[in-house]
Write a protein that binds this ligand. Structure first.
Ligand code: FAD
Ligand code: GLY
Length: 373
């Protein structure tokens, strides 16, 4: 094993792989160290929605970053497919944020107004229009906010495509290799201690999702990120029930290829317990049947879970450690790490290259002020 690199990325989830791809593409020697398999944690559990407008409903830097990242997907899909042959499953049939009550309809209409003023496309569809577009949704709904530009990908395939593209640009990947410690000195990161021994690099990136606080605490910094478990299931239908994604409070249904629907997701704070529970899955099944009754006749395929990384102020941490040079962090993407992965990779590589001086609202120095643990 070569033991010295320009950059070491810890974590083989979507963000680690996106960062590795950007760095390798720019000519850096890169190693990615993953304690299990690539894409086996949150990034393999995700439904793959690119819900910039559906999920991020407040004005602010995250909404901006999400819109920027979403816009990168068409070009990225072409680039990755050309390079690796992997189809990331990018499709754009839009998303419906459905309303079951008048109160929800009023809230969604306000959101449409705000997003339209921000230059985005979103429109209200009445119950009749919804039925014309999606005839299998429940007749108890009163309408929906239709967001044509929120598409979706296959989250696992995208992670693997980033990794393959990074490898084709020279990056080395070490799976089943735990990073136990950071090698620090003179307020600088020099390397890491792994199961395979020490490895050194000019820059170290911690992209270990919900597990990021464990390595960062070695620097004396408490990173305010907590784990939030999400359970999902998939079912197979013998006729297409929906074309667009149906999204409501507490449940979404994402149509994939070959009649597969992903139904997600539970939200269980403060746990790393990855067991899939009967309560979690049965509550999702009930909610999904209320949205699209035909789901009751579908075939149950499988169920799984993942751990989302939630930061205390809801913004990811992206950038250099405030007091330890050459140590970068990219963590805390909570419900939107798939959507945010292209922009995350680009931003971290730009910071290392000096193309960006600062990550603004995502910088780590905010920990000492508004978001201290
Ligand atoms: P992870 O994917 O968790 O990767 C971190 C990696 O670091 C892991 O592989 C882990 O093994 C490794 N690691 C940890 N510690 C060490 C160590 N010491 N040494 C070596 N390796 C280590 N987002 C969307 O944008 N759209 C969606 O539709 C969506 N749906 C979701 C549905 C569910 C059920 C869940 C749980 C999440 C969903 N998300 C979605 C959120 C998204 O999955 C996450 O934000 C994203 O995957 C986080 O990626 P990551 O690379 O930061 O972390
Ligand atoms: N973004 C969907 C989820 O986290 O469940």
């Amino acid at each position: 094993m070569k033991k010295t690199y320009d950059a070491i990325v810890i974590g083989g989830g979507i963000n680690g792989c996106s960062i590795a791809y950007q760095l390798a593409k720019r000519g850096r020697s890169v190693a990615v160290i993953e304690k299990g398999r690539l894409a086996d944690k949150a990034s393999g559990a995700a439904a793959g929605m690119l819900g910039a407008q559906t999920e991020l409903t407040d004005d602010g830097p995250l909404f901006e970053f999400a819109r920027k990242s979403r816009a990168m997907f068409p070009e990225l899909a072409r680039e990755l497919e050309e390079l690796t042959g992997v189809h990331i499953g990018l499709q754009n049939r839009g998303m419906y944020r459905v309303a079951a009550t008048e109160k929800e309809a009023i809230e969604l209409k306000k959101l449409i107004e705000f997003q339209t003023k921000s230059g985005e496309t979103a429109k209200w569809v009445s119950f009749q229009e919804l039925m014309e577009q999606e005839p299998h949704v429940s007749s108890s709904l009163i309408g929906a906010m239709f967001i044509p530009n929120d598409g979706q990908v296959d989250a696992r395939e995208l992670t693997i495509a980033f990794a393959k593209a990074a490898m084709l640009n020279g990056a080395e990947f070490y799976e089943f290799t735990n990073v136990n410690d950071l090698i620090l000195g003179n307020e600088k990161a020099h390397g890491i201690q792994t199961d395979l021994g020490p490895m050194y690099a000019e820059s170290i990136v911690i992209a270990t999702g919900a597990w990021s606080p464990f390595l960062i605490e070695k620097t004396g910094l408490t990173l305010p990120i907590s784990p939030v478990k999400g359970e999902c299931l998939s079912v197979l239908t013998n006729k297409p029930l929906i074309k667009g994604t149906v999204f409501s409070h507490g449940c979404y249904i994402v149509p994939k290829k070959s009649g597969r629907l992903i139904i997600g997701a539970t939200v269980k704070p403060d746990t790393f317990d990855e067991r899939v529970t009967v309560d979690g899955i049965s509550s999702l099944m009930e909610k999904a049947k209320r949205l699209v009754p035909g789901i009751g006749e579908s075939e149950l395929e499988r169920a799984w879970s993942g751990i989302r990384p939630l930061s205390k102020d809801g913004l990811p941490f992206l950038g250099e450690h405030p007091s330890c040079r050459n140590l970068y962090i990219a963590a805390g993407h909570f419900r939107n790490g798939i959507l945010l992965s292209p922009a995350t990779g680009e931003l971290i590589a730009d910071l290392m290259d000096g193309k960006s001086k600062d990550s603004g609202p995502f910088r780590l120095s905010r920990i000492n002020s508004s978001v201290s643990a």
